[in-house]
Design a protein. Structure first.
Length: 196
């Protein structure tokens, strides 16, 4: 068992950020880690920023990740991914869902949405590796935009040694029963994307 894994999740309301962090927490518990979780919903009901911290270790004393120590950042939306470089540890991995949700300031013409290159440059400057994931496109293909987060979890699961079956069971147990099969498909699609 590795000493610790710190996972930071960033997205906007309605993207399944909290569900994804719940699944990662559940996987950690099932694999024998001490797990702590913290979340901030902000104006999540209105498409505002949502963040969640999940920590796995033999012993976790705080649910909050310290700046400069996150091992993984899962960005459910491109701009939200770029807001957290100060939390990343050198050698960390950022999974960015290649999807834009335009903030009001961009829609009003007051600011410009950064390019992929600009976002990647912000994250790599913090010493992170950036992996762009076509989570939103795959979710659309499966017929439900809300599946993008589970696609990201499929990719994440290939970067850790915990068994895929444990991940799948956690997904199956935490999503609504009527969407279970669709979420399992999304998780497996993410694993396939990562393995290509």
């Amino acid at each position: 068992m590795k000493k610790k894994f710190d996972f930071l999740f960033a997205g906007v309301g309605g993207q399944g950020t909290i569900l994804a962090s719940n699944i990662v927490s559940e996987v950690g518990v099932r694999c024998g880690y001490d797990v702590k979780k913290s979340e901030v919903h902000g104006m999540s009901q209105r498409g505002g920023a949502v963040e969640s911290h999940v920590r796995w270790a033999e012993r976790v004393y705080s649910p909050l990740i310290e700046e400069g120590t996150a091992d993984f950042l899962l960005g459910f939306e491109m701009l939200e991914s770029a807001r957290w470089p100060h939390y990343l540890a050198p050698g960390s991995l950022v999974l960015v869902n290649n999807h834009r949700v335009m903030p009001p300031s961009v829609n009003l013409g007051q600011e410009q949405y950064p390019t992929e290159k600009e976002i990647e440059s912000i994250l790599t400057a913090a010493g992170a590796e950036v992996l762009w994931v076509e989570g939103a496109a795959k979710a659309d293909e499966l017929g439900n935009q809300a599946l993008a987060g589970v696609v990201l979890l499929g990719v994440l699961s290939t970067k850790l040694t915990e068994p895929a079956e444990v991940w799948e069971q956690a997904v199956a147990d935490l999503v609504p029963a009527k969407f279970k099969e669709l979420n399992i498909q999304a998780f497996r699609a993410g694993r396939e994307m990562a393995e290509k």
